[in-house]
Design a protein around this ligand. Sequence first.
Ligand code: GAP
Length: 493
Amino acid sequence: MSNTNTSVENHFQNIISHAKEYGFVFPSSEIYDGLAAVYDYGQAGVELRRNLRDYWWKSMVQMHDNIVGIDAAIFMHPTTWKASGHVDSFSDPMVDNKDSKKRYRVDVLIEDKAAKLEAEGKVDDAKNLIAKMDALLTASDFKGLNELLTSEKIICPIAGNGNWTDVRQFNLMFSTQMGSVADDSDTIYLRPETAQGIFVNFLNVQKTGRMRIPFGIAQTGKAFRNEIVARQFIFRMREFEQMEMQFFVRPGSEMEWYNLWKQKRMAWHKSLGIPENKLRFHDHTKLAHYANAAVDIEFEFPFGFKEVEGIHSRTDFDLKQHEAFSKKKMQYFDNDVNPETGKPYGNYVPYVVETSVGLDRLFLLTLSNAFEEQILPKEDGTTDSRSVLHLPAILAPYKAAILPLMKKDGLPETAKEIADSLRKHFNIFYEEKDTIGKRYRRMDALGTPFCICVDHQTLQDQTVTVRHRDAMTQDRIHISEIKPMIDKAVEIF
Ligand code: GAP
C-alpha cells in the first residue's frame, strides 16, 4: 500500500473510531462481536441522524405546497415485489472463491481492478475493462464474466488466487414468513426500497389529499438489502434508512422535472456546507429496468467519489405494473387544457421522477466532511491537537453546552438555570466535570457550536463567555442574547 493510501485509510479509520468514541455509531450487538454491515446509533448519532432527517423533511415536504408525506409499513403484500420487478431482477452477479469461501460482487472485483490500472496511469486499459464488463453485464453473459476474471488475473485478496466458482445471480431481498405456518405462500419480503410504499398509495393520497399533478409523495424509513459486499462502515449496510420522494408528472414533461430535481437536490447538499469540489453528478449509462434517465449525486468520501443520492426518471413503469398485477386503475384525470388540442389532457398513468437518498450514507458524508484533526500551535512553540466536527449548527447533536467554570460559589446553580431555560428550544449539554479546556475539547469532538461558560462575573452582571467551536474565539454576551444567537445559527431557510 502506498503512503497516500495508508494516510487515506488512517483518516477513514480515525473517523470510524471517532464515531464510536463519542457515541455516534456502534457496531450492532457488539458484545457478541457485531453483525456484519449492521450498525447502531448512539446518543450523539441519533441526534445527528434525526437532524438530517428533519432537515430533509422540512425542505422536501414543509417547503413545498405540492409535496406531502406518508409512512407506509415495512411489510407489504408480496405481489408488490413481483410487480416492481424485484423478485425477478433485484439481484447481483456474484462469484465465490473456492478456497477462502468468500463471496464477491463481480462488478466490484472488476471495478477495483480498473481503479488499480488507473492509479498506475493505464487509463485506457481501465476504460476498456469497464466497457467490456458493462457489455457482459448488459448481455447477462456470466461465462464471459468468468473469462474476464481469468484473463485479467483478478484474484481473491484473502486466498491470493483466482480459483473462482461460476458467476451466479443472487437476489438481494431478505424474506421471512408471515403467520404461524411456514410455507411458500406466506413468504413476505423486507422492503428493499421505500418507493413501492408510495406507489401503492398513489391513489389514496391523490384522492384524499386532493392533489393535482404535478405533485410529490415523500417518505423516510428503513430498507433492507442482503448486500454481499458490505464494507466501508455505514456506506453499505444491510439495514439502512432511505429518504425518497416520488414526483408524479404529466407524461412527456418528465425530463423537465428530472432536470429541475437534479439541480434542486445538488443545491440541497451544498446548502449543508459541502464544498462544490467534493460533489459531482454521475450519469448512469446502464439504466435500471424502470428508468429512462438516471443520475447519481456523488460525494468524495475518504475512499473516493461514491453515490450518495440517486435521481431517476422512472417513467410510468411502477404504476403500470401495479395496475396490471392488482387489476386496479392507477390513473389520474387531468382537466387542465392541453394548449395543443384545446381539450383537457384527460386520463393517464402519471410519469414519475424520484429522488432517493440514503440517510446513513448522508450521515457518513456529513461526518467525513465535518471531521478534522487539527494541530494547534501554542505560544511556547510546542503544539496541541484537537479533533473537531465542523457541523452546521442545524445538524449538531447539541446546539450549546452550558459549563460552570467551577463546581462552587453558586456557578452550577446559575448554569443549570440557563440550561433549563434553553432546553425548551434546543438540545443542550450540561457539564461541570473536568477542566474547562477538557470540556471545550469534548464539545469540539461532538460538534457543539457554542460553549457557554458561567463564571463569577455572571453572578454580578448576567453576562457569560461564548466560546465558538470553529474559530475558538470567545466573546462576552448577556444571558438574554444566548437564545437569539442560537436561533440565528440554526436558521437555514
Ligand atoms: N428507490 C430507488 C433506490 O432505492 P438506489 O440507488 O438503490 O435507488 C438509493 O438507492 C439510495 O439509497 C442510494 O443512493 C444510497 O444512498 C442508499 N442506499 C442504497 N443501498 C444502500 C445500502 N446497502 N446501505 C446504505 N445506503 C444504501
